[in-house]
Design a protein around this ligand. Structure first.
Ligand code: NAG
Ligand code: NAG
Ligand code: NAG
Ligand code: NAG
Length: 314
């Protein structure tokens, strides 16, 4: 792994394997906003086009499917200019990591395209409802990506599925299976851990009591919390796919570009307070990003590699 020959690769060039890490998408830590210091470790990041396969495992509600798919489709699609800020602006911060690579041009940062290449409704619960990383992930990834090597599977579990690592340690995480395939696991916290993974829409069990709760922008706490967890983990995955890219801390417990800025959504955030956001006049939903199809999202802070601090849309 340390002898990886090139510094920038796309998914198509992956030829490596290591165990999944449970270090991303950690639960909100409210004791401090961030003490992280993300630095570059010499390895690849994801560039060019990321073909995503959305694997809905179990009976995932339509609300959740739409919120998550529309968030991904909004990353590269500019909307009505009068509606600001946009999801594309958030993604540009992820794209800006390309400029931090050795030898990169700083004036022109290429786009990173997220293409939702396919969606699979896996509703038979073929692998059961109690899933382990070592057993379930290789099987489901192989089943649904065997034809396509250049594919990032995002496995989204239904609320009646117990996925190892989800809710106990994290709300979502990324890893690698087999030789070449990256994956992201996104759990549904609705039944199992709303008080761990639905902040800032629900009071959490640990840390200082929230001063403020927000209405979810899509009026579905779990769906909007899953978008936040996916956004965090996607930022980590793109900038640190092999745990040799941009992160803080020891490799076994690394903190990525998204995870470093957990629980911050707008300027003025402090523990228990998510910071400045917009409120939808009709629904009361809180948001900070406009996406496609008039959808609104609440997107988390991410680490700005140029200023070495957490950055928010508002
Ligand atoms: C899936 O969930 C919907 C409600 O979200 C429910 O109406 C439907 O019966 C469920 N289907 C299965 C196969 O459990
Ligand atoms: C998957 O489920 C959604 C509804 O949840 C439906 O609209 C879509 O057509 C389904 N796709 C396939 C390939 O069955
Ligand atoms: C799920 O699997 C874990 C690990 O194998 C086990 O400890 C736990 O009891 C299982 N839970 C259920 C509900 O089967
Ligand atoms: C991993 O890649 C190597 C070399 O490309 C190949 O020989 C090996 O069979 C692959 N292993 C798996 C599990 O795909």
């Amino acid at each position: 792994m340390s002898s990886f020959p090139i510094r920038i690769i796309s998914l198509a060039l992956f030829s490596i394997s290591f165990l999944p890490s449970l270090n991303n998408g950690q639960l909100a830590r409210h004791s401090v906003l961030t003490r992280a210091k993300i630095v570059y470790h010499g390895g690849p990041i994801l560039i060019e086009t990321i073909n995503v396969a959305l694997i809905w495992y179990g009976n995932v509600s339509l609300n959740k499917k739409e919120a998550i798919a529309n968030f991904l489709k909004s990353l590269n699609t500019d909307g009505d200019f009068s509606l600001q800020p946009q999801v594309t602006k958030w993604w540009k911060m992820v794209e800006s990591y390309q400029a931090m690579l050795p030898g990169a041009k700083h004036d022109e940062v290429p786009k990173i395209i997220v293409n939702v290449a396919k969606q699979i409704n896996d509703t038979s619960y073929k692998y059961g409802r109690n899933l382990t990383i070592g057993d379930f992930i290789p099987k489901i990834v192989k089943e649904h990506t065997k034809e396509a090597k250049n594919m990032l599977p995002i496995i989204i579990t239904a609320k009646d599925v117990n996925m190892e690592g989800v809710c106990t340690k994290t709300c979502a995480y990324n890893g690698i299976v087999g030789n070449i395939t990256l994956y992201i696991i996104l759990g549904n916290p609705e039944l199992e851990c709303p008080r761990k993974c639905e902040w800032p829409f629900t009071q959490i069990d640990s840390g200082p009591k929230s001063i403020l709760f927000l209405q979810p922008p899509n009026l579905d706490k779990a769906a909007d919390a899953m978008v936040i967890a996916l956004a965090t983990t996607l930022a980590d995955t793109v900038t640190n796919p092999l745990n040799t890219g941009f992160y803080d801390g020891p490799p076994k417990n690394s903190i990525g570009a998204g995870t470093a800025c957990k629980a911050i959504f707008g300027s003025g955030a402090f523990p228990g307070n998510p910071g400045k956001v917009h409120i939808d006049a009709h629904t009361g939903g809180s948001f900070n990003a406009h996406g496609i199809k008039d959808q609104k999202f609440l997107l988390p802070a991410i680490w700005n590699p140029k200023t070495s601090s957490c950055w928010t849309l508002m």
